[in-house]
Design a protein around this ligand. Structure first.
Ligand SMILES: NC(=O)c1ccc[n+]([C@@H]2O[C@H](COP(=O)([O-])OP(=O)(O)OC[C@H]3O[C@@H](n4cnc5c(N)ncnc54)[C@H](OP(=O)(O)O)[C@@H]3O)[C@@H](O)[C@H]2O)c1
Length: 286
């Protein structure tokens, strides 16, 4: 049985993807933030088929000590059940904010959850991913295309704009995936980004307020159901041999920003390593 770890599996795109992968026979280890939604989604996923196996762990991935804790829990499960191998890691948990808010470490919350949590969790699960020659998939967004990284102020402390912070975190997702490919392709690990399109979920209404909440309630009505982008994750998990492009929309490669360069990926790795207190190996492929 293949195992997939999916962050943000308790609702929206992550839940729909978990449900699709369960139907394909995957064992799901999910992560969510809200305790009740974690319990409900675990129950629903396990009811999908007679041999379904889903565990949804609760953690606030914005906080690095929580990422470390849940990584240890996942490692223990993989050791007990799957010969210490991880076939797929989907870094999907994400948030939107209306104001400048920080984590325990003092990091801007969208950058902390949408990028740094993935950066740290992936690092901790690399030994298990290597053993399975696994795949790492990020949930990106088309909105990255209109963005540059603010290298001198990644937390956007000066003149904070929540939409800019969101777009920057989504550009970081692609730079991270590119950098992973350049470090681990020889280990058989491949990394991708899914652009889910506009999807009808509650992301813009969780811990937001004012304008962001109001705009999202109107905007999400035009979105597709989460089951639609879920197909692209399944495509990237299941296709043999592993697909070779970086960025996918509706199961097909798509264009991404010209900001996605080796140099910018290296810069993001260096900055994120400092912020997480870890060290990835240097890039091996150009
Ligand atoms: N919806 C769209 O149109 C759209 C478009 C482009 C990209 N995306 C991206 O898609 C991803 C999933 O979003 P969604 O639209 O499916 O929204 P969603 O339904 O709100 O799902 C977000 C998931 O992340 C989890 N999460 C939020 N904060 C967390 C935290 N601090 N620690 C751990 N887990 C946390 C949520 O847990 P709870 O259920 O407990 O809140 C939920 O499972 C995000 O990365 C988002 O940026 C969405």
């Amino acid at each position: 049985m293949k195992t997939a770890v999916i962050t943000g599996a308790s609702s929206g795109i992550g839940y729909a993807t978990s449900a699709e992968l369960i139907q394909k026979g995957y064992r799901i280890i999910g992560i969510g933030r809200d305790k009740t939604r974690c319990e409900e989604s675990e129950h629903l996923l396990n009811a999908l088929s007679s041999n379904a196996k889903a565990t949804i762990l609760q953690a606030d991935l914005m906080q690095q000590r929580e990422v470390e804790r849940v990584a240890t829990e996942i490692s223990q499960l993989l050791e007990q059940e799957n010969e210490n191998k991880l076939d797929v890691l989907i870094n999907n948990a994400g948030c939107v904010r209306s104001w400048y808010t920080t984590t325990e470490e003092g990091y801007e919350q969208q950058f902390a959850l949408n990028h740094l949590a993935s950066f740290l969790l992936t690092y901790r699960l690399l030994p298990q991913l290597k053993r399975a020659q696994g795949r790492v998939i990020m949930t990106g967004s088309e909105s990255h295309k209109h963005m540059r990284m603010h290298w001198n102020d990644l937390m956007l402390t000066r003149g904070y704009n929540p939409l800019t912070a969101y777009k920057q975190s989504k550009l970081a997702n692609i730079l991270f995936a590119k950098g992973l490919n350049e470090r681990y392709l020889n280990d058989g690990i491949t990394s991708y980004v899914v652009d889910p399109g506009l999807v009808c979920t509650d992301i813009g209404c969780k811990n937001t307020g004012g304008l962001v909440d109001w705009i999202w309630k109107l905007r999400k009505k035009h979105g597709c159901q989460p089951e639609v982008p879920a197909k692209t994750y399944v495509y990237l998990c299941e296709t043999q041999p592993a697909p070779r492009e970086l960025y996918y929309y509706f199961c097909k490669p798509n264009r991404y920003s010209c900001q996605v360069t080796h140099e910018n990926a290296d810069k993001l790795f260096a900055a994120s390593e400092k912020l997480c207190g870890i060290q990835y190996p240097a890039r091996i492929k150009t």
